[in-house]
Design a binder for this molecule. Structure first.
Ligand code: GDP
Ligand code: GDP
Length: 456
């Protein structure tokens, strides 16, 4: 009602509601220099995946959101590994394999002008073995004269080669149409019961050696079932159903946890690729940290990945059996300093070795999921905002006082708020609102987003 008085279009607000739906994942695979990064830039329509002229630059981000013909999917660029003494062929194959495993479909990029090389043939074998749907991109077809080069790639036996110039955009539309056909609608949606009222999806993540595989073995015991052994559940063999606290949970990409990835160049890169793909499919992330060691930059980076992916988050401090008083003291200081931005995440101090506090894991996960799904009715939100704004008005700027006029929760999973204001709202005031929202409504274990629209 208030919104109408202020002249806002409520239909527009309604359309903001896009509750979390897991997106299918496309892995872009190919030899170095065939144009993968250029193509990823083309697909996401931004200059975000920086193209490096030299190989060996590990990029921070590996996963990007893309939209084509109104459908959204994730693109993972498998181009970021480092070349080392292992030899190019072996390394490319080994690392592409992991990229393929984590994906729902593969976009295989070949340099059409160079033609298929032995490395390309090796990659074809890998892709075939994976059984994943594949689209063949014949790249660097900058003009009609190179079309014949593209046609020669029929020989790879992967079906139609799509001639594309990643650099100029030529042909990329047809290729993307084929990509959409290859991708499942949404990974979990086909298994309706799993999404509605079925097992909740958990990603167990953390840097190497924090104890992920030990924790998994502890909680799964001997009862674990690899999901593809359960007829009709899912075709993805990397997830496991695990019964915990009397409920069944779907642990995402446990194959990636159990299989020890050899410490080769690029292993970190692929670890973060898998983490990104697992987060994409999960609802809640249990981030495991080794409490007995100083928090590493990689720990905070993985926590940030979970927050940025918009997942519910639980932080489990493992190896508590090794904790001594002194270390405990420093850990608390580290948490205060480095993890302030996730103060809201439930914390459990566990030991995968002794089983300490395993029973606290499920209540923490449930609390986080509850916060993640919380919806505040509009009337209640506005009553709260009204009081808040009256008691703590935004500071006056340039003789004007920006006011929050109306707010609505546009979505859940995670909670997203849209506030309408009469002027620019400063970041500090936004943070203040977030803090008060959390105090009032809980939102344990979930990131929340607040966007402000200024009324013209
Ligand atoms: P990646 O190693 O597979 O990620 O390859 P990059 O995207 O870094 O591209 C390698 C080189 O090929 C760069 O110099 C690009 O500018 C160039 N390149 C990429 N796509 C095309 C294309 O469609 N046509 C031409 N002529 N060059 C391209
Ligand atoms: P991952 O790489 O994260 O899967 O880690 P692992 O589960 O392989 O564990 C790495 C090492 O830490 C192994 O030697 C484990 O035995 C050890 N570890 C895991 N959890 C605990 C724990 O709670 N306490 C102690 N003391 N060691 C642990």
């Amino acid at each position: 009602q208030l919104a109408e008085e202020e002249g806002f279009d409520l239909d527009e607000v309604g359309s903001l509601d896009e509750d979390h739906v897991p997106m299918p994942v496309l892995a872009v695979v190919g030899r170095p220099n065939v144009g993968k990064s250029t193509l990823v830039n083309r697909i996401i329509g931004r200059r975000e995946a920086v193209v490096e002229d030299r190989p060996g630059v590990t990029r921070d981000r590996v996963s990007y959101d893309a939209t084509w013909n109104g459908r959204r999917f994730k693109v993972v660029d498998t181009g970021g590994w480092e070349i080392d003494a292992l030899g190019l062929d072996g390394l490319v194959a080994q690392q592409a394999e992991q990229g393929i495993e984590a994906a729902d479909a593969v976009l295989f990029v070949v340099d059409a002008v160079v033609g298929a090389t032995d490395t390309d043939d090796a990659l074809v074998k890998l892709i075939r073995r994976s059984g994943k749907p594949v689209v063949l991109c014949a790249n660097k077809v900058d003009g009609p004269s190179a079309e014949a080069d593209a046609a020669a790639l029929w020989n790879l036996g992967l079906g139609e080669p799509y001639p594309v110039s990643a650099l100029h955009g030529r042909g990329s539309g047809d290729m993307l149409d084929a990509v959409l056909e290859a991708l499942p609608e949404a990974p979990e949606q086909q298994f309706g019961t799993l999404t509605v009222g079925g097992p909740r999806r958990v990603a167990l993540i953390g840097r190497p050696n924090v104890g992920k595989s030990s924790l998994l073995n502890k909680v799964a015991g001997e009862d674990r079932v690899v999901v593809n052994e359960l007829a009709g559940t899912t075709r993805d063999p990397v997830d496991e159903m695990i019964t915990l606290g009397g409920k069944t949970w779907k642990f995402i990409d446990t194959a990636g946890i159990r299989r020890r990835v050899h410490q080769t160049a690029g292993a970190d890169f692929y670890a973060s690729l898998r983490t990104a793909a697992a987060l994409e499919k999960a609802e809640v992330a249990v981030v495991l940290v080794d409490a007995s060691e100083t928090l590493a930059e990689q720990d905070t980076r993985i926590i940030s990945m979970a927050v940025e992916a918009g997942r519910a988050v639980v932080i489990a401090y493992n190896k508590w059996d090794k904790m001594e008083d002194e270390r405990r003291y420093y850990l608390e200081r580290e948490i205060e300093q480095d993890l302030v931005q996730v103060q809201w995440a439930p914390r459990v101090n566990v030991s995968a070795r002794t089983g300490r506090h395993m029973e606290k894991l499920v209540p923490a996960i449930e609390a986080a999921l509850e916060g993640w799904e919380t919806r505040v009715p509009t009337a209640r939100l506005n009553a709260f905002l009204g009081e808040l704004v009256a008691a703590h008005p935004h500071p006056v700027r340039g003789g004007k006082q920006p006011r929050i006029l109306f707010g609505t929760q546009a979505g859940t999973k995670p909670p997203r708020f849209v506030l309408f204001a009469s002027g620019f709202i400063e970041a500090g005031y936004r943070r203040f609102i977030e803090r008060r929202l959390r105090e009032e409504f809980g939102f344990v274990g979930t990131p929340i987003s607040i966007s402000v629209r200024v009324r013209e």
